[in-house]
Design a protein around this ligand. Structure first.
Ligand code: COA
Length: 261
């Protein structure tokens, strides 16, 4: 598939997806979201890809939100709700992808841009970026999971403060409250993301997928359900050839070679 609003690049066993509408600060229009959806599907099906990086084209933005120019063409509440559900489904797909996805936040991550970053597994931010949920300033609310994922990441009070004020916060503040996981000099962002993605892609794939899924399940439900899920996944992972290889490699003092099964 050829894309017009994103770039998809392969670097060995990594995929780098770049949101590519820099003239609109990478605003997430419908066409971009459809392409992102297709790219994530393709990643899921590609056994050679071990991890992905999501970033924005240009120096100014990761993504400055949903494309506001499309808002006036949503005439009814039900159509707007459908827009929200469609976007949520793309972000859910990223969150559920059985491979790590790193958000390399290179500039503004506002509204849908912040929500997209939150659906990724790890958030690296350039020290120059600003993040926030400014929808309130348009008289609307976050619709791509912002009220939910932000609360899970930073807690109820801070999520309310950000969504109700619409304020933009710095990378350092985002790090302090747990909205991003690491802040790096802007010039080093992509290299750092690649180093991390390479490391995560070098791990046993079945275990990587199980860890991601177990943490997601636990974060979204009760401790008891999470623990039950963890035990079931522990059993499944224990039954893999990679577990035999990993344990034997340790005992034989050599590096393991993973088969992904
Ligand atoms: N949707 C559509 N276009 C957007 C956009 C968005 N979310 N965010 C920025 N753009 C466009 C601008 O309209 C402008 O286009 P133009 O050059 O054709 O006029 C271009 O991107 C550059 O943005 P501009 O506003 O001129 O840059 P700035 O440096 O003055 O301000 C922001 C940067 C991010 C503070 C400002 O663009 C902004 O507030 N964007 C909207 C953020 C938002 O509310 N997101 C949530 C949407 S639900």
């Amino acid at each position: 598939m050829t894309y017009e609003n994103i770039l998809v690049e392969r670097k060995e066993n990594l995929a780098v997806i770049t949101l590519n509408r820099p003239q609109a600060l990478n605003a997430l229009n419908r066409a971009l979201m459809a392409e992102l959806d297709a790219a994530i599907e393709a990643l899921a099906a590609d056994g050679d890809i071990g991890a992905a990086i999501l970033t924005g084209a240009g120096e100014r933005a990761f993504a400055a939100g949903a494309d506001i120019t499309e808002f006036n063409s949503m005439p009814s509440a039900s159509e707007a709700a459908r827009f929200s559900l469609l976007g949520q489904a793309v972000l859910d797909k990223i969150e559920r992808l059985p491979k790590p996805v790193i958000a390399a936040i290179n500039g503004f991550a506002l509204g849908g841009g912040c929500e997209l970053a939150m659906a990724c597994d790890v958030r690296l931010a350039a020290d120059t970026v600003l993040l926030g949920q400014p929808e309130i300033n348009l008289g609307i609310i976050p619709g791509y999971g912002g009220t939910q994922r932000l609360t899970r990441l930073v807690g109820k009070g801070m999520a309310k403060l950000l969504c109700l004020s619409g304020d933009q916060i710095t990378a350092e503040e985002a790090l302090r409250i747990g909205l991003v996981d690491k802040v790096v000099p802007a010039a080093d962002l992509l290299a750092e993301a690649e180093t991390l993605a390479t490391k995560l892609a070098s791990k046993a794939p079945v275990a990587v997928a199980a860890i991601k899924q177990a943490i997601n399940v636990g974060a979204d439900g009760t401790l008891a359900d999470g623990l039950a899920f963890e035990a079931a996944q522990f059993g499944l992972v224990f039954d893999t050839e990679d577990r035999v290889e990993g344990v034997n490699a340790f005992l034989e003092k050599r590096r393991p070679t993973w088969q992904g099964k």
